[in-house]
Every structure is written in structure tokens, then in C-alpha cells.
Design a binder for this molecule. Structure first.
Ligand code: UDP
Length: 235
């Protein structure tokens, strides 16, 4: 296996499957199966889950809601998704722990870096909910932050697109996919991989990012095995 400890970032929207809102249990079960395939090989898996399928602070603010309040709602949404993912993983007999950046002790452990690492060493999948615990951040920033803290080898950003393209492939048919691209080139070409805060944090800490299509069964295992799918961003 090319990677021993990974941080998998899943967006909240990914959990919707074919739905317009909320959580699709079938999609969760598919993800659990893919994750099991790599934990069975001894890969240590930490997951940061988004909340966009339920609530985004920016959307609330654009409707007149206080942004900080909206972001608190978004963070809680990520905890809801974390619980759903935890349930699906445990249905597949994968031991898990959910750690939250905001205290919600009856439902999740607090985030404690050393505890998270210990869980990983014991073969448990650790799900990080609550984002960074701060408004005005995103779960992409949380993913990079947690990945650095637990010393993950790589961030795997599972999306519905199979990598980074010269333009949005859903809008431009001439768009070409990169197999590999540097942090500097992503910035100079104005490509969108993560929000700028998250992306520069990754760059400054020389933490590679692989963007790949998580909705194709078996892709996660391929990435872990070092197969050249998706797009890798590094120095
Ligand atoms: N959020 C936040 N701080 C964080 C992470 C998330 O306030 O550190 C809030 C923010 O309102 C965001 C929402 O939680 O819109 C859901 O997260 P995100 O939009 O990153 O989810 P995704 O797009 O990955 O589904």
C-alpha cells in the first residue's frame, strides 16, 4: 500500500446520492464497503465529513440569518452526517470513533489529537465532526488541519468528478484532466480544488492532496494502492 494513514474528505452533498437533500443510506453503505476494503488491508483511515447536504452558513446568511449562527448550524450538520456515517461503518463491522470539534459529549468524543492517533493505531476509523469548531471556516480547512495534526500521508478528496481539469468538465467539453499538478500551478491557473484557506494550509505543510471520484466503486482502494487515478496535487 502506498499510503499508511489517510485523511478522507467527504462532502455532505456526496451523502445525498440521488436525492436533493439529506442522507441516502444506500450511498452510505457503498462508502462503508469501500472503506472496509482498505481498513482490511491495515490502512489507517480518518474522515472529515461536510454538512452541505443539510445546512451551510453562507446560505443562511444570504437569507438574512446571522452568519455565525448559520455556521454553528452547519457545524452541527456535520455531526449529524458523522453519526450517520458511523452507523453505516459499524453495520459493516468497522470499529469507529466520532470526535467532535464542538463539545457534544453525549454523542461524540471531544477532538483530542493523541486519542485520535491512538484510535487509528488500534484500527478504528476516526470520524471528525464539527469542522474546525470555528465559524467562517469550511470542512476542507478542517480536513487539512486534522490531516496535519494526525500526520496523515495524504488528503484524499472524494468528489463526484474524477480529478482536476483545465476547466469545469460539467460545463466545458474541451476540459482536460491533470494527472498531477503543483500547488503553485493550481493557484496561478486559478483552479478550484479547495477554498484558499484550506489549500494554502496544505501547501505550507507540504501535504499532498488527491482529488478523485469516490462514487466509483473500488476507486478508494486504487488510490491507496498508488494507481494513477484522479489528480495529485503536491510540490
Ligand atoms: N462550518 C463552519 N466551520 C468549520 C466547518 C464548517 O462554520 O470549520 C460550517 C459552515 O457553515 C459550512 C457548514 O458548516 O457551510 C458545512 O460545511 P461545508 O460547507 O464545508 O460542507 P461540505 O461542502 O463539505 O458539504
Amino acid at each position: 500500500m502506498k499510503y499508511k494513514r489517510i485523511l478522507l474528505k467527504l462532502s455532505g452533498e456526496a451523502l445525498m446520492g440521488e436525492r436533493q437533500y439529506g442522507i441516502d443510506p444506500a450511498r452510505l453503505a457503498e462508502y462503508a464497503e469501500d472503506i472496509k476494503a482498505i481498513t482490511d488491508l491495515g490502512v489507517q483511515v480518518a474522515i472529515v465529513i461536510g454538512g452541505g447536504n443539510i445546512f451551510r452558513g453562507v446560505a443562511g446568511a444570504s437569507n438574512g440569518m446571522d452568519r455565525v449562527q448559520g455556521d454553528h448550524m452547519g457545524m452541527l450538520a456535520t455531526v449529524i452526517n458523522g453519526l450517520a456515517l458511523q452507523g453505516a461503518l459499524e453495520d459493516s463491522n468497522i470499529p469507529t470513533r466520532l470526535q467532535s470539534a464542538i463539545h457534544i459529549d453525549e454523542v461524540a468524543e471531544p477532538f483530542i489529537m493523541r486519542k485520535a492517533v491512538r484510535h487509528l493505531e488500534k484500527g478504528r476509523v476516526v470520524i471528525f465532526g464539527g469542522g474546525t469548531g470555528n465559524p467562517y471556516f469550511t470542512t476542507d480547512s478542517a480536513a487539512v488541519l486534522r490531516a496535519i495534526e494526525i500526520k496523515a500521508d495524504v488528503i484524499l478528496k472524494g468528489t463526484r468528478v474524477d480529478g482536476i481539469y483545465t476547466a469545469d468538465p460539467e460545463k466545458d467539453t474541451t476540459a482536460v484532466k491533470f494527472d498531477h499538478i503543483s500547488f503553485d500551478d493550481v493557484l496561478s491557473k486559478g483552479l478550484k480544488v479547495m477554498d484558499t484557506t484550506a489549500f494554502t494550509l496544505s501547501q505550507e505543510n507540504q501535504l499532498p492532496i488527491i482529488v478523485f471520484d469516490m462514487n466509483k466503486k473500488g476507486n478508494l482502494l486504487k488510490v491507496i494502492s498508488g494507481e494513477n487515478i484522479g489528480t495529485k496535487v503536491n510540490l
